[in-house]
Design a protein around this ligand. Structure first.
Ligand code: SAH
Ligand code: F3S
Length: 483
């Protein structure tokens, strides 16, 4: 007699199913950049589709996955510390599963097992989409149902892996969303580990990206940030220039056509690929927000050369001036490394000078950290820690002053704000950003989330502006009402 159970698909195993019900809560902790955030979101969707539930805390989880960063040593140390703490938990609960994904997994591979022998899973940057299969295998093994998982360490390159970072969490549909347009980087900046961890440039087709943005917009997204390690190189290998426009500008134009989308941002461009076609785009594409994160790294030509950055301060400034000509209200942000081997006080002062000249009001200042496998790692890390610290501090002070000053100038003006959602503090307080990416807090109501509204700025601090809604139809000399 054939039992009912044998009629089920052969892969179905009742015992495993029950076990899965009990141990399917996954917490994903993300370190590092927006690309990592986006990868984690895509993994979360894949796991949900496989029947796992995603939880918001490691304490509620049966499985913790750390999506890691390798750009600086500190980021790796943090994740290793966390993984050590988590694998300890396995002593009490042997069924608890801990995995490391992303850049550190790719960078250190199975060497991680020397430090963390109880890790269950190590998944590289081109294998995020394999995580559900790996977890299924591990769970079956824990339950004594399957053979040892074929792969605990999965790091190989995989053609088309850039096309697997696609799905978004629909329930969390947010006003602003990140869209990964490419993976990897072909540049070889001497300090940077990214080409090693992320591989060569691989771009997604325009059609796929446009489809993804259309779906996001249908679910309530009003602003997208196009993501890649070097977005100005987007599509170089798959698309020709058209009317002197690069594939990246062609992509932006296509995304710009999507009805219902209000704003387009991107990160990060490279000064070398920031050509006139992209500069001009700011003048004729109103959804392209006038805020550019343009990594400078150093304001000294000598240092740029030493870093193998293929541009000089003069060409960087031409881009800045060109963008200001295209969009006079343009705001800039940047990345700077202080204390790169051989950086003298004069080199640093040149950086400080350019920093002021551009007037960055946002930016990231990093202390140089040697990364094994990079060209710079062969050089002596000769700038003392205190000097790196002092240079870092000096630039942060300039940044603070410039940010404070540019925010103060906005007091009394009316800004167009895209309402993102409730502010973290304050009843009926909402948060949004102006086109230049400045955060603004103001009283509003839920129905305005996702809308572009006019807000009069009343107060400013270094990081935030406060204001009130300007209601349509209100005469200038009437008192301004708040909702
Ligand atoms: N193009 C990438 C860069 C990734 S790394 C992007 O999309 O942003 C981010 C920043 O980290 C770099 O711009 C650089 O300023 C900094 N960085 C990279 N390697 C570093 C190192 N070894 N030490 C300190 N900072 C570093
Ligand atoms: Fe790194 Fe330079 Fe590419 S900073 S990501 S190698 S452009």
């Amino acid at each position: 007699m054939v039992s009912e159970l044998t009629c089920l698909p052969i892969r179905f195993n009742f015992k495993t199913f029950l076990y899965r019900l009990a141990v399917n809560r996954v917490y994903i902790k993300t370190y590092g950049c927006q690309m990592n955030e986006r990868d984690s979101e895509a993994v979360a969707v894949m796991l949900r589709n496989r029947g796992y539930s995603i939880v918001g805390s490691e304490h509620d989880a049966d499985i913790v996955l750390l999506n890691t960063c390798s750009v600086r040593d500190q980021a790796e140390q943090k994740a290793i510390g966390k993984a050590g703490y988590l694998t300890n938990r396995k002593k009490k609960d042997p069924n608890f599963i801990v995995g490391i994904m992303g850049c550190m997994a790719q960078n250190q591979g199975s060497d991680l097992l020397d430090k963390l022998p109880d890790l269950d899973l190590i998944v590289g940057t081109q294998k995020f989409h394999r995580v559900p299969d790996h977890l299924d295998n591990i769970i079956q093994t824990l339950e004594g149902q399957g053979p040892q998982p074929a792969k605990l360490v999965d790091l190989e390159e995989e053609a088309d892996s850039q096309n697997t970072i696609r799905e978004h969490i629909e329930e969390d549909a947010s006003v602003t969303s990140f869209v990964s347009i490419m993976q990897g980087c072909n540049m070889r900046c001497n300090f940077c580990i990214v080409p090693k961890t992320r591989g060569n440039e691989r771009s997604r087709p325009i059609e796929h990206i446009v489809e993804e943005v259309e779906e996001l917009v249908a679910n309530g997204t009003r602003e997208v940030t196009l993501l890649g390690q070097i977005v100005t190189s987007y599509g170089r290998n798959i698309l020709p220039f058209k009317n002197k426009k690069s594939p990246f500008v062609q992509l932006i134009e296509r995304v710009h056509e999507i009805e219902g989308l209000h704003r387009i941002r991107f990160t990060s461009p490279h000064p070398r690929g920031f050509k006139q076609d992209l500069i001009d785009a700011y003048a004729y594409l109103p959804k392209l927000s006038p805020y550019v994160h343009l990594p400078l790294q150093s304001g000294s030509d000598r240092m740029l050369k030493a870093m193998n950055r293929p541009y000089r301060v003069e060409s960087y400034m031409k881009i800045v001036d060109g963008l200001r000509a295209s969009a006079p209200d343009m705001a800039f942000s940047t990345d700077i490394i202080v204390g790169y081997p051989g950086e003298t006080d004069e080199d640093f002062q040149e950086t400080a000078q350019v920093f002021k000249q551009v007037g960055f009001n946002m930016g990231f200042i990093f202390k140089y950290s040697p990364r094994s496998g990079t060209v710079a790692a062969e050089l002596e890390d000769d700038i003392p820690k205190e000097v790196k610290e002092a240079r870092n501090h000096e630039l942060l002070k300039v940044l603070e002053e410039q940010s404070m000053h540019s925010n103060q100038k906005l007091v009394g003006t009316t800004q167009e704000i895209l309402v993102e959602g409730p502010a973290r503090k304050g009843e009926n307080m909402f948060m949004g950003r102006n086109p230049q990416f400045r955060k603004v807090i103001f009283p509003a109501s839920e129905r305005l989330v996702g809308e572009l509204v006019q807000v009069k700025i009343l107060e400013s601090s270094v990081t935030t502006l406060k204001g009130e809604l300007v209601l349509e139809g209100v005469e200038q000399n009437e008192p301004l009402l708040t909702v």
